[in-house]
Write a protein that binds this ligand. Sequence first.
Ligand SMILES: *Cc1c(COP(=O)(O)O)cnc(C)c1O
Length: 410
Amino acid sequence: MLLLYTMKSRKFARRMKYVTMSDVSELLKWMTPDMISFGGGIPDPITFPDEADFNEMLTFLKGVKDKAFQYGKTEGLDELRVSLSKFSQKHSIVTDPENIIITTGSQQVLDLTAKIFINKNDFVAVELPTYMVALQVFNMFKPKYIGIPLDFEGMRTDILEEKLRKLYSDGVSLKLLYTMPTSQNPAGISMSIERRKHLLELASKYDFIILEDDPYGYITFEGDEPIRLKSMDKEGRVIYTSTFSKILGPGLRIGWIIAEENIIKQYVRIKQITDICTSPLTQYIAYYTLENGIVDKKIPIIKRFYREKRDAMLNALEKYMSNSATWSKPIGGLFIFVWLNNNIDTRAILPDVIKKYKVAYLPGDSFYVIDVRNTMRLNFSYPSINQIEEGIKRLSMAIMSYSAQEQVVN
Ligand SMILES: *Cc1c(COP(=O)(O)O)cnc(C)c1O
């Protein structure tokens, strides 16, 4: 291609400096067929609609084509908002359709939330570790982060309380707290009910807003679904978001928000100038799958399927890595997080691990707002059960060899 004009980097807005690329796309470049990757974050195609459901769905879409191919309301299709309010009710959140808006995935909710709430130097609290992509979005608006550690009962709300006390005695306040209470990404950890209650008490006492990101609450593997923060929220402080990405397919790009009316209004204002509306065509597909029981039919299948894969990975970790690491035991979601016993820099060794051992993971450091190097995120939703067993074996060999080197160095 002939370049008539080469853009000088000084032409780009300053905020572009704060936009970092995802590790995942870097990883994909190194993929070879004999490699086992735990690096991705994508659902298994088993979650997608079955072929048998397609013909009727297409007939339905033909019937609504004049609306499906037209611009829609910024809030989203009324039909879909009504079905989502019914769906939410079955999953413990009671809401009017007016309190729901449809978004272009939960990713858009992160973007819009940052635009609505975050001024430069505002304090934003996140989990340690938290969803890397949320940090990437928030970073553009230059907040100050407060990292709250997790243990196996989720966010340490006692530490949050301490930090809040200190902040407020310094005369500053927390604006927003971002949390994934159930099977959070990357650590797969869920917050206990006591901690959930405590968090809401703190939000009330210290007057901050909570963004509850819940892509995995509908696909938990054991027991009842944990109660959502939104369903315990008496003051309208919780902005809830979920998505069709993990219960049907990320290609739809359909997510939703549940929030109080005055908050919803702000989202509608900002969404209108961002993308006018989410595709009515895919909203109709989402609507059809909800109304015709396709999502309800899929959920138990997804749960069973992922539970098997999770168990395979937990068993393999137990078998091969119990001397070199500890890991989360997720009740849902797509990931297990691993903390290595030795102080190995998982990012530094990754290219070598891929080359020599033909296995990949996502280094954990990009999920932290502090410096932590000896962690990794492992995805179990996409690889097969055989690949999981073989991949963990390879990973354990890699870690063993680097642990030996580490000991020599020390
Ligand atoms: C997968 C995931 C999402 C989904 O994003 P979409 O834009 O709806 O595809 C949101 N948040 C977290 C933490 C996720 O893991």
